[in-house]
Design a protein around this ligand. Structure first.
Ligand code: F6P
Length: 374
């Protein structure tokens, strides 16, 4: 039997997924003569043994396409939704599928959730490797994820376009960008698009401080402002409540209390468009300027990947196949400068790569007197 590998995409889609599928598939076939099975809709399709043989025709013409030709889904491998609210541990079934096809490796294209799922599968003996994708750029252990550059380009273009209308109407334009619990996308696009205020989850904001920076701009003759806000940005008051809940959770002896705080924290941590709406209206009240809101949403995940994302996905995809050929698994295929590194999944799973407070982009924003809301 020919050497065979499997591949799937999991979690939210991200520009560059098809470039990665193509790279893994073509490198496996051309450099190592392997067969490639593409599992449908992420871990759900793996559990249900739904797959296609990917031949060269399937892998041609997909480099520039957004989304994923394999389909994707959000799932937890140890708590798979099987309908009617019932959840089962799907790991045994998935491992059996892998054995039945005699897969030498299973390549999972995904973000931090996928790294956790992959580790859980590795623990039951599945030879798994992950390649980091997500527009959030929050995967621990890699310099960058593919999808981020494209999302940043889309978000930057949106900010560029908001400038002329903000200027014409002397308004505050608040634009909410994705990124879940981290601020890479808002910070990158905010800087590249010349936003006047950038709010990220890592730096809780004070509305009065933002209003005073907007009023100072107005007094200096710029009667409009662009506020780029990450969907996970949080006010200082809300951050204080969150931190005290974390303290409470860490100090309690009671399992049930811990579970209840954990649940409240999860709700609390959910991204809040409502917060952006409230912020825009408070800023209007405090500055006397009109405000308008743009929620960019899933537009940031759509369409053609940039050359940088195609290159990254292709480079990581081909490197992944080299690792498989060397018998390496249980790793994330990480980008480290120009190099690629196999980082053990146990070092990656459950971790988030937030924006460090001393990151060059943060310092750059401060040098330009861009308000970070603190
Ligand atoms: O992780 C990528 C991401 O686009 C986040 O930025 C966003 O919070 C989330 O996915 C949205 O998820 P969904 O597509 O399931 O609504």
């Amino acid at each position: 039997m020919a050497r065979t590998i499997g591949i799937l995409s999991a979690g939210g889609d991200s520009p560059g997924l098809n470039a990665a599928i193509r790279a893994v598939g073509k490198a496996a076939q051309r450099a190592y003569g392997m067969e490639v099975l593409g599992f449908k809709d992420g871990f759900v399709g793996l559990m249900q043994n739904r797959y296609d043989h990917l031949d060269s025709d399937d892998l041609s013409g997909i480099l520039t396409r957004g989304g994923t030709v394999l389909g994707t889904s959000r799932a937890k491998v140890h708590r798979m939704n099987v309908g009617s609210g019932k959840r089962v541990d799907g790991r045994k079934a998935m491992a059996e599928v892998v054995v039945s096809h005699q897969l030498e490796a299973l390549v999972c294209l995904g973000g931090d959730g996928t790294a956790s799922n992959a580790l859980l599968l590795a623990e039951v003996g599945v030879p798994v490797l992950t390649i980091p994708k997500t527009i959030d750029n929050d995967v621990f252990g890699t310099d960058v994820t593919f999808g981020f550059d494209t999302a940043m380009m889309i978000a930057t273009e949106a900010i560029d376009r908001l400038h002329s209308t903000a200027h014409s109407h002397h308004r505050i334009m608040v634009v909410e960008l994705m990124g879940r619990g981290v601020g890479w996308l808002a910070l990158g696009a905010g800087l590249a698009g010349g936003a006047d205020v950038i709010l990220i989850p890592e730096i809780p904001y004070n509305v009065a401080a933002i209003a005073s920076s907007i009023s100072a701009r107005k007094a200096a003759g710029s009667s409009f402002s662009i506020v780029a806000v990450a969907e996970g940005a949080i006010s200082q008051e809300a951050a204080a409540i969150r931190d005290s809940m974390v303290d409470q959770m860490e100090s309690t002896e009671s399992e049930s209390e811990r579970a209840s705080i954990k649940k409240r924290l999860k709700e609390f941590g959910q991204t809040r468009t409502g917060g952006t709406v409230q912020l825009a209206s408070t800023l209007a009240g405090l500055t006397g300027l009109e405000s308008r809101i743009t929620i960019l949403g899933h537009v940031q995940r759509g369409g053609t990947p940039t050359p940088a994302d195609r290159l990254l996905a292709t480079r990581l995809g081909t490197a992944c196949v080299d690792y498989i050929a060397e018998g390496i698994h249980g790793v994330l295929v990480a980008a480290r400068g120009e190099k690629t590194e196999a980082v053990p999944l146990r070092k990656v799973a459950g971790q988030t790569k937030s924006v460090p407070l001393d990151h060059a982009w943060v310092n750059t924003a401060r040098h330009l007197s861009i308000s970070l809301g603190d």
